[in-house]
Design a binder for this molecule. Structure first.
Ligand SMILES: C[S@@+](CC[C@H](N)C(=O)[O-])C[C@H]1O[C@@H](n2cnc3c(N)ncnc32)[C@H](O)[C@@H]1O
Length: 228
């Protein structure tokens, strides 16, 4: 589903060189190679995640690189499409990241930033179970206006924002099994008691699920272009 959204906002050239900043374990990379047909760079600062990506999501067109949004190890003007998927909130030096992203984009290239932006009422699927994590995350993410100003400063042009509803799990039971692993960084600042209480509420709701109900979440996708 996200691939269709990425394709819709990409510039109409083929093949395309795609850079996925903060690619994590490479969930998108083989599909990006298939959809865009060019070199795919997955840049990820966590060695642990990068090693998983290399092990389980290798592809002849995909290169995983050690780097970050603030230090992107690819040449100037080399990428047709840059993705930042659920990553901007983790970037500590966002102005430097914006400069780096602009540097590596080809003229006419596109940047797609997907995630949550403050003030936009796009809570996470877990927000009602962990209200303090929700408040903390809301405070840690930039607004649309801040993001627009940040990426326009190094010369990108803002085009549009699309709200995207996507399925994150096939059932509340599966969602509970995922959340209880506490892998989301938004839970880092909760006490163990707060986390346990949220998980217990989620489990109780999952127990009441009589047939599998898919879990959906909204995210905003901000689209930028590097003027030709
Ligand atoms: C929520 S995960 C998203 C991973 C991937 N985009 C996905 O959707 O599967 C956030 C990712 O951002 C990475 N990250 C953290 N700080 C970063 C930075 N400064 N620059 C780039 N990526 C960063 C993390 O290591 C993690 O892989």
């Amino acid at each position: 589903m996200w691939l269709d959204v990425f394709r819709k906002h990409a510039c109409p050239v083929a093949p395309q060189c795609v850079l996925d900043v903060g690619c994590g374990t490479g969930v998108f990379e083989p599909a990006l190679a298939h959809a865009f047909g060019g070199t795919i760079f997955g840049v990820e600062p966590s060695e642990h995640m990068r090693l998983i990506a290399q092990r389980v999501r290798s592809h002849p067109l995909v290169t995983y690189l050690d780097g970050s949004a603030e230090r992107i190890p690819v040449p100037d003007r080399s990428c047709d499409l840059v993705l930042m998927y659920l990553v901007l909130q983790h970037v500590s030096d966002r102005p430097t990241a914006a400069k780096e992203v602009s540097r590596v984009m080809k003229p006419g290239g596109r940047l797609l930033i997907a995630g949550r932006f403050s003030g936009e009422r796009t809570p996470r699927a877990w927000s009602c179970y962990f209200p303090r994590a929700d408040e903390l995350e809301e405070l840690s993410v930039p607004s649309h206006d801040q993001t627009k100003a940040m990426f326009e400063k190094p010369g990108l042009r803002f085009l549009e924002t699309e709200r995207v509803r996507f399925k994150i799990c096939g059932s509340l039971r599966d969602y509970f099994q995922r959340v209880r692993l506490r892998t989301a960084s938004a839970f880092d600042h909760l006490t163990d008691e707060e986390f346990a209480s949220g998980v217990a509420h989620l489990e109780a709701d999952a127990d009441r699920e009589s047939y599998p109900q898919p879990v959906f979440q909204d995210a905003d996708l901000m689209v930028f272009e590097k003027p030709a």
